[in-house]
Design a protein around this ligand. Structure first.
Ligand code: KIV
Ligand code: ZN
Length: 509
């Protein structure tokens, strides 16, 4: 195998910046654990100066992750670099990632700086960061629209100042594979001592070329690639990690490079991100979409039955897609459940396992067969621990097409139970109104979606609500075979997330 390509995951920074993809502290830690399990090389945990919440999550991830470099983003400013270092300094392998724009457009209109000022700032801030941290990455924002000669000068300056990685972002997803190839080749040919640093690329997907541009840069000699799970990120998103990795894996004959990512963790990572953010993966999405390995037409099915390779260039197993090989039911014991979890790649502690098994038993009572997708849905509901400040006790709904819907909802806070009745435009609206009354504030419901986890009339329904309060959005999730119950659980989940976050803000770091 030839060169080793480093995978730099920015799901928790660039990905989290995209609308509707914000995550709370526990969720970010859960994602970081999955990224470590998947063996990415670098986790960009956040932008430490952006908010106290960002700082805390970068710091907690730096303290917890052992097997990956942990980076924080920073503008090329001393106060940003100070904050980034404060957040990552406890990591086993910390990195400060500085960025400064180098295109004429950005320099003139955003930075209002001359070329000389930008070179001086890039050099000085790299030196500043080096005083703290041996591993410093410098990103030339909007590199693909920068004057190449000027870009060479900036890169030269930061290498002299000690940058260990130079990142070439296609910030607005404007470049093409051929143009980007030449840009990377130009940097290799024209920057002195370039071989002493790693060349990284960071491609956005505005024209749908994020992955293609990344792969082209690898062919030109880039050895680190920046990407996100499911391609989430600003605007049209970032290059999708799972697509880059599976391209390198499947077409070794073309790329002749390796990377240390455990491909079996790609699908679990994709599900985790989708579940946490409430942003579904499009069914025809490469590698992790629901249809990525489905063969519908008779001709294809026949071919696959004869020899899988007729229509399958990679196996579903290789990306960790559950095969629904074992179906559990109400007579299945804890052992079978635990075994299935292991096969599906979940490692739960005893407390999580107890809670999940209890949920599994309840589900098995309501549903004839419990599939891998059902188990996944249950685990994701239980896996991320936010304190259950409020818990659902029971609800009663009176609804029909000729009456006003009424909901009586009873919830528990600690040992105290409380109940309220409200009306609404349909059973779900009525239940949400009753919950608003119970907790004493009103959420603005930004989005509500429901989908069935599996086929069949007794399928689990999964509800995602996006609720807003004081400009912040909270994603709540609930699963049940009863869609009103799933909705109520999702709404309570969003309430708990909001209350939990306010408590953390009050408690500080
Ligand atoms: O897209 C971009 O240019 C970035 C940089 C901060 C690396 O996200
Ligand atoms: Zn970006």
């Amino acid at each position: 195998m030839g060169r080793e390509i480093k995978i730099f995951d920015t799901t928790l920074r660039d990905g989290e910046q995209s609308p509707g993809c914000s995550m709370n502290l526990e969720e970010k830690i859960e994602v970081a654990k999955q990224l470590e399990r998947m063996k990415v090389d670098v986790i960009e945990a956040g932008f430490a100066i952006a908010s106290p919440g960002d700082f805390t999550s970068v710091k907690r991830i730096a303290q917890n992750v052992k097997d990956c470099t942990v980076a924080s983003l920073a503008r090329a400013l001393p106060k940003d670099i100070d904050r980034a270092w404060e957040a990552v300094k406890q990591a086993v392998q910390p990195r400060i990632h500085i960025f400064l724009a180098t295109s004429d457009l950005h320099m003139q209109y955003k930075l209002k700086k001359t070329k000389e000022q930008v070179i001086d700032q890039a050099r000085a801030m790299t030196q500043y960061a080096k005083k703290y941290c041996s591993d410093v990455e410098f990103s030339a924002e909007d590199a693909s629209r920068s004057n190449p000669e000027f870009l060479y000068q900036v890169i030269q300056a930061v290498i002299e100042a000690g940058a260990t990685v130079v990142n070439i972002p296609d910030t607005v997803g404007y470049t093409t594979p051929k143009e980007f190839y030449h840009l990377i080749q130009g940097i290799k040919d024209n920057v002195r001592n370039i071989e002493k640093t790693e060349i990284s690329v960071h491609c956005h997907d505005d024209l749908g070329l994020g992955v293609a541009n990344t792969l082209s840069a690898i062919q030109a000699g880039a050895n680190q690639v920046e990407c996100t799970i499911n391609g989430i990120g600003e605007r049209a998103g970032n290059a999708a990690l799972e697509e880059i990795v599976m391209n390198l894996h499947t077409r070794k004959d073309i790329y002749h490079v390796g990377c240390r990512v455990d491909t079996k963790q790609l699908y679990p990572a994709s599900r985790l991100i989708s579940t946490i953010t409430g942003v579904p993966v499009q069914p025809n999405k490469a590698i992790v979409g629901a249809n990525a390995f489905a063969h519908e037409s008779g001709i294809h099915q026949h071919g696959v039955l004869e020899n899988k390779q007729t229509y399958e260039i990679m196996t579903p197993e290789s990306v960790g897609l559950p095969q629904n090989k074992m179906i559990l039911g109400k007579h299945s014991g804890r052992h079978a459940f635990e075994d299935r979890l292991k096969v599906l790649g979940y490692q739960l502690n005893k407390e999580q396992l107890d809670a999940s098994f209890e949920e599994f038993k309840k589900l098995a009572d309501r549903k004839k067969t419990v599939t891998d997708r059902d188990i996944e849905a249950l685990i994701h509901q239980k896996q991320i621990h936010i304190p259950q400040i409020y818990q659902l006790e029971r609800f009663v709904i009176n609804s029909g097409n000729t009456i006003t819907s009424t909901a009586a909802v009873k919830i528990k806070k600690g040992t105290e139970c409380m109940e309220e009745v409200a009306t609404g435009d349909g059973p779900i609206d009525a239940a949400f109104n009753a919950l608003d009354k119970l907790v004493g504030f009103r959420f603005q419901l930004e989005d509500y979606s429901i989908q069935s986890v599996t086929e069949g009339k007794d399928a689990l329904g999964e509800v995602i609500v996006k609720t807003k309060k004081e400009k912040k959005t909270y994603t709540g999730r609930g699963v049940s075979t009863d869609i009103v119950e799933a909705s109520v659980k999702a709404y309570i989940n969003a309430i708990n997330k909001m209350l939990n976050e306010s408590e953390m803000d009050e408690g500080g770091e």
